[in-house]
Design a protein around this ligand. Structure first.
Ligand code: ATP
Ligand code: MG
Length: 364
């Protein structure tokens, strides 16, 4: 068989491919890379990799790792940010090339979910991985902890009075960890939840009532509802939890005197989510927005706020938004986010109930 032209193969690949030398200068770029970076091949060939990505981009540390290990690395769910384009979630492959590994070949596969809504979608991955971890934690951590707590209680009776603060500390700390694990139980795999017609305004009224009696006592809450909104196909308790977490965050973000909070509902046409396994699309016409006038979410935190244990608060668990993601995901919904120095708005898009639909989550 005649030898195939390797350069031609690389050029016709539908994925973006770059080759860089020892000092990260680009020595090869295919037409897909041109599209991916929205930069012509000739400009790419005059650039170095650090010119293409933002300064703090983890790509640079990824390639130095591949160089050090002298082996290929693949990273999924990579947040690719370039100075010219919005952040995208991609899979990056990075492999040393040549006998002396003097070059590195990089390929970038963009995930199907593009754009801002897609950005929100990728947060589902964090909720999914958390589910597995929650099940493991409940099993591996809670059982031994109850033994530790019991032993500390027994010890408490026999140790001298001045040492009791130590046994108290053990008991209090085991209680705290148990509580955390209980909260994480809410993430366990495939919860069978009933779904039915839910009046989203009744859900939101309930959330406002809870907020006003507690954490939102000082807030002015405006409720702007679309009265013609059809019912959501959902689970009332779970939806209350979703909006309670979002309203609580909004109240906590508010800084006097800007203590206004807007809760809005709208019917939006044309928002669809591709359900890949079912090769179908799910309509998500019901949009609920929770908007505050707080200082916004810092840019460096934005890619991670939906991940568990990410919190900027002294007493925060960082599980609030991870749980919101998981519950919205269970409904087949989407979370979108607008944030800036004048405030933050979380938009939740949910499916409506079609005629006579009632179900558990099996037939989503
Ligand atoms: N409306 C908002 N405005 C500004 N920052 C926000 C807002 N909502 C969330 N955040 C940021 O996202 C982080 C994660 O929120 P999340 O609800 O997951 O955890 P938390 O609120 O810190 O803890 P917990 O929910 O357990 O009280 C918060 O610590 C905060 O920094
Ligand atoms: Mg919170």
């Amino acid at each position: 068989m005649a030898e195939l032209p390797s350069r031609g193969i690389l050029e016709s690949l539908p994925v973006a491919v770059l080759v860089v030398d020892q000092v990260d200068a680009i020595v090869f770029a295919n037409p897909s890379a041109e599209q991916f970076f929205q930069t012509g091949v000739s400009t790419l060939l005059r650039s170095a990799l650090p010119d293409l990505v933002t300064e703090d981009n983890p790509l640079l540390s990824l390639i130095s790792k591949a160089r050090k290990q002298e082996s290929a690395i693949r990273e999924f769910g990579f947040r690719m940010s370039t100075p010219r384009l919005p952040t995208r979630s991609v899979t990056v492959d990075c492999a040393p090339l040549g006998s002396a590994h003097e070059h590195l070949i990089l390929s970038f596969h963009e995930h199907a979910s593009a754009g801002r809504l897609g950005g929100a979608l990728t947060h589902k991955d964090s909720a999914r991985s958390l589910r597995g971890m929650a099940a493991m934690m409940a099993h591996e951590v809670k059982n031994p902890l109850s033994g530790v707590r019991g032993a500390a209680q027994l010890l408490e009776k026999s140790v001298p009075f001045e040492d009791r603060q130590l046994t108290r500390l053990i008991i209090e700390e085991t209680d705290r960890i148990c509580k955390l694990v209980d909260e994480m139980d809410a993430f366990t795999e495939n919860p069978r939840f009933e779904r039915d017609a839910v009046n989203i305004h009744e859900v939101l009224d309930r959330v406002v009532e809870v907020a006003k009696r507690g954490f939102g006592g000082n807030m002015t809450i405006h409720q702007e509802y679309d009265p013609s909104l059809p019912p959501v196909f959902g689970n009332r308790d779970h939806l209350i939890q979703v909006f309670l977490n979002l309203v609580k965050n909004a109240c906590e973000a508010a800084v006097e005197p800007d203590t206004e909070l807007h809760i809005t509902t709208k019917f939006r046409h044309g928002i669809r989510l591709a359900v890949q396994a079912a090769r179908s699309r799910l309509d998500l016409p019901i949009m609920v927005t929770i908007a505050d006038k707080g200082p916004g979410i810092p840019e460096d935190l934005q890619p991670n706020i939906f991940d568990p244990f990410v919190s900027t608060k002294m007493e925060g668990t960082g599980l609030g938004l991870a749980l919101v993601t998981k519950l919205v995901d269970d409904h087949g919904g989407i979370i979108d986010l607008d944030t800036g120095p004048d405030g933050t708005a979380f938009h939740i898009l949910l499916p409506m109930q079609k005629n006579g639909e009632t179900a558990s989550d099996d037939d989503r």
